[in-house]
Design a protein around this ligand. Structure first.
Ligand code: F6P
Length: 420
């Protein structure tokens, strides 16, 4: 009942206007995408003219305690002193958030794990002046956890430790958080999100939550600020008309890779994703040399369609040696599956998985470059273009131009740009 009353209350500003305000508290284990989602909520709401503040406990902890809070023991559930210090920091941010809303802010986001029921009960008890919405981020993708550990290990708080020591330390910290973690359940208003799939898993609104529809929509939106989708440069197989395999680039393919590097040396890109194939990593190589600041990752989900028994063949060989296969593919290219291999229809799941993983790893990066293959890039494009399935295997994928894609809640952009 109290929950309902609080939700229905609106606050009257001095000039008699009704001003709606909201606290949002993120919930989730470390490295589950909470900060990325918090920033997206801020960006989406600010575009509506709202004032949004993020109050991040981790940042406050690093400023106040520095390296003193790096050791995993600081997070041990039985470490009363560590718990007390973390509680103080949480209280401090609660005070900042309250002051922000009192001073004209519309939405205050508390970005922290808020992992235990006790912590959330404290938030509900102290944030009574406006509605409070919890947003829980879930995902247990081991690939993403590994990638996040690598990123965390590079944080300044681990300076002085080897990469392996930093990873072990952060892993231990995560273990401690897992011990105290309790998913949302009895809290008044909450939404549980799969932060990789951008999918709402469960929601409970025990009261009216201002801006909820806006926020919900932000949580489920595709979010990539700038995705540059490139096909690898020309290969020896391309010249011979052969499919699949693991060929290297030709001299012309290397020129294309150089041109790509020249073009992207002037563009803000922080992440480069390739497949595990040589033609993809060779295309990335000059750019990698020019931009050592970029994070480069090879994901097997972006490997070209597996043509099974037809790997290494030319289309005319397939036509003469396996005419039924050739005819079947011509009849229904999307649903056709190569013997002992893949088809577009079976590719969708793994390419989607790769794309979601890449976008999660990139977080709110300003620019992401993905060097894929013909069939792979078609599947990725179909994700953003909503093409009819029968048209997907025919989307145009040149080797001297790239697709520039922007997809956020407020903006969709799609252009084909030449780079040589
Ligand atoms: O020809 C290059 C290539 O990447 C092959 O490895 C792959 O089998 C083919 O393109 C995919 O295109 P399509 O589906 O049109 O045969």
């Amino acid at each position: 009942m109290q929950c309902l009353l609080k939700g229905l209350s609106t606050i009257s500003a001095s000039r008699g206007l009704t001003v709606k305000k909201l606290y949002v508290a993120m919930v989730g284990l470390p490295a589950r995408g909470k900060s990325t989602l918090a920033k997206r909520i801020r960006e989406g709401l600010e575009a509506e003219g709202l004032r949004v503040g993020i109050f991040n406990n981790g940042e406050l902890r690093r400023t106040r305690l520095g390296r003193d809070s790096t050791a995993p023991e600081f997070y041990h559930p039985d470490n009363a002193e560590g718990r007390a210090r973390r509680e103080e920091l949480a209280q401090e941010n609660v005070a900042h958030a309250r002051a922000f809303l009192a001073g004209g802010g519309n939405v205050a986001i508390l970005d922290a794990t808020n992992a235990s029921r006790a912590r959330r009960a404290m938030l509900e008890a102290r944030l009574t002046d406006h509605p409070l919405l919890f947003v829980e981020c879930r995902n247990d993708d081991p690939v993403l956890l590994e990638a996040s550990l690598e990123r965390k290990a590079a944080l300044p708080e681990f300076a002085g430790k080897t990469r392996a020591e930093a990873i072990a330390s952060f892993r231990q910290r995560m273990d401690y958080y897992e011990r105290m973690y309790a998913p949302l359940e009895d809290e008044c208003c909450w939404v549980r999100v799969d932060s990789v799939q951008n999918r709402i898993l469960e929601e409970r609104l025990g009261a009216r939550v201002p801006f909820f529809h806006r926020i919900r929509d932000i949580l489920v939106s595709d979010w990539v600020r700038n995705l540059y989708l490139v096909r690898h440069g020309e290969t020896t197989y391309n010249v011979e008309g052969r499919i699949g395999g693991d060929p290297e680039l030709t001299a012309h393919g290397k020129e294309q890779a150089d041109a790509l590097a020249r073009h992207f040396s002037r563009v803000e890109v922080t992440h480069i994703f390739t497949s595990t194939r040589r033609r993809s990593s060779m295309t990335a190589a000059p750019l990698k040399a020019a931009r050592p600041d970029c994070r480069i990752m090879a994901l097997p989900e972006f490997d070209e369609i597996d043509a099974g028994l037809c790997e290494g063949m030319r289309y005319e060989d397939i036509q003469s040696e396996m005419p039924e296969q050739y005819a079947a593919r011509m009849r229904d290219k999307y649903n056709y599956v190569y013997p002992q291999g893949e088809g577009y229809v079976t590719l969708r799941e793994r390419v989607e998985r790769g794309l979601k993983r890449a976008l999660f790893i990139a977080g709110d990066a300003p620019g992401v470059l993905l060097i894929g293959h013909q069939a792979i890039n078609r599947m990725i494009l179909s994700h953003f273009l909503y093409r009819r399935t029968e048209d997907v295997p025919h989307i145009y994928i040149p080797q001297n131009q790239f697709y520039h894609i922007v997809a956020t809640q407020r903006k969709k952009l799609f252009e084909l740009v030449p780079f040589m």
